[in-house]
Design a binder for this molecule. Structure first.
Ligand code: SF4
Ligand code: SF4
Length: 282
C-alpha cells in the first residue's frame, strides 16, 4: 500500500516538474501592446479586417502587417486609439455602410419558378441561378441578415433585405455572404443610391421588375456629375453624391432613393417566411 502511494506521488511530482519546465520553456510572450489593441477593438470577431478574429488582427497590427484603420467596425475611434498605442500618426478610415441595391421584393419583381428548398440564398442561387427573374435581384432568403454580427439587416415582409445605416459598422460580412453581389459598400455620408443591380436592357427589366433601372438617362441629364450609366445601369458617382438628390423625384421607376431616415421610406419588416415566391409561377 505504502509502495503504491509513494509510486503515485513520484509520478505526480515528476509530472508537475515536467509541466512547470514545459510552461517556462514553451511560454509564448505576448506583447502588451497586443492586449492594449485588443481592448479598444469592438470584440465582434467578425473577420472584416481579413484576420481570424480580433486577436489575429491585434497581433498583425502590432507586427506592422495591418494598419490601425483596418478594423471597419471599430471605425475612426478605434483607429485613433490603436495609432496612439503604437505611437504612430493617426490614420483616418473613410467610414462606409453597406446598401442592398435592389427594391425588387416579392410584390414588385417576377420569379422564374417557385423555390421551396433550403431557406438560404446560396442554396437557392444554385438552382438554375436562383428563382428571381432578375439575375442581380435580392433573393430575399436572409442569408445576409443571419451573418451580420450587428443585427443591422432586416427582411421586409415582402422578402427584401434592408440595411440600417445606423447599425451597420461596415464589416462587409454581408457583402461576402450574398450570392447575388447585390450588397455594396458606400460612403457613409452618401444617402442617395440607385437601388438596382440589373445590367439587362430596359425593355427586359420592365418585364420582370416594376422598380428596376431602365437606363433612360433621366438621372444623368438631371445631375450629370452625380450619375454614370454603365451596362444599362445607372449608379451614383460617389465623389459627387451631394449633387444626386434632384434626380430622386425625376426617376420614372423610382429606383433612386434617399435614405434620409436610415431606411428607404416605405420599408416594412417581418421575419422571413419559408420559401421565396417572388411573383412565383404556380
Ligand atoms: S441581399 Fe443577398 S444574401 Fe441578402 S437576402 Fe438578398 S440575395 Fe440574400
Ligand atoms: S432615371 Fe432611373 S431608370 Fe432612368 S437611368 Fe436613371 S436610375 Fe435608371
Amino acid at each position: 500500500m505504502l509502495e503504491a502511494i509513494m509510486s503515485l506521488g513520484g509520478i505526480g511530482l515528476s509530472a508537475a516538474v515536467a509541466l512547470g519546465f514545459a510552461a517556462k520553456k514553451f511560454a509564448v510572450e505576448i506583447d502588451p501592446r497586443e492586449l492594449a489593441v485588443l481592448e479598444v477593438l469592438p470584440g465582434a470577431n467578425c473577420g472584416a479586417c481579413g484576420y481570424p478574429g480580433c486577436g489575429g488582427y491585434a497581433k498583425a497590427v502590432v507586427a506592422g502587417q495591418a494598419g490601425p484603420a483596418d478594423c471597419p467596425p471599430g471605425g475612426a475611434g478605434a483607429a485613433e486609439k490603436i495609432a496612439n498605442i503604437l505611437g504612430i500618426a493617426p490614420v483616418s478610415a473613410d467610414p462606409q455602410v453597406a446598401v442592398v441595391l435592389c427594391q425588387g421584393d416579392n410584390a414588385k419583381a417576377q420569379a422564374k419558378y417557385r423555390y421551396l428548398g433550403l431557406h438560404d440564398c446560396n442554396a437557392a442561387q444554385k438552382i438554375a441561378d436562383g428563382p428571381k427573374a432578375c439575375p442581380g435581384g435580392c433573393l430575399g432568403l436572409g442569408t445576409c441578415a443571419r451573418v451580420c454580427p450587428f443585427g443591422a439587416i432586416e427582411m421586409t415582409a415582402e422578402g427584401l433585405a434592408v440595411i440600417s445605416r445606423e447599425k451597420c459598422t461596415g464589416c462587409r460580412k454581408c457583402v461576402a455572404a450574398c450570392p447575388r453581389s447585390v450588397i455594396r459598400m458606400t460612403p457613409l455620408d452618401a444617402t442617395v443610391h440607385v437601388l438596382c443591380n440589373s445590367t439587362d436592357k430596359g425593355a427586359l427589366v420592365r418585364k420582370y421588375c416594376q422598380v428596376g433601372c431602365i437606363a433612360c438617362q433621366i438621372c444623368k441629364k438631371t445631375a450629370p456629375e452625380a450619375y454614370v450609366i454603365e451596362n444599362f445601369l445607372a449608379r451614383v458617382t460617389y465623389e459627387h453624391h451631394q449633387l444626386a438628390a434632384p434626380a430622386v423625384e425625376k426617376c420614372p421607376t423610382k429606383c433612386i432613393r434617399d435614405f434620409v431616415d436610415g431606411y428607404p421610406e416605405g420599408s416594412s419588416f417581418a421575419p422571413p417566411t419559408c420559401g421565396v415566391a417572388p411573383g412565383a409561377a404556380a
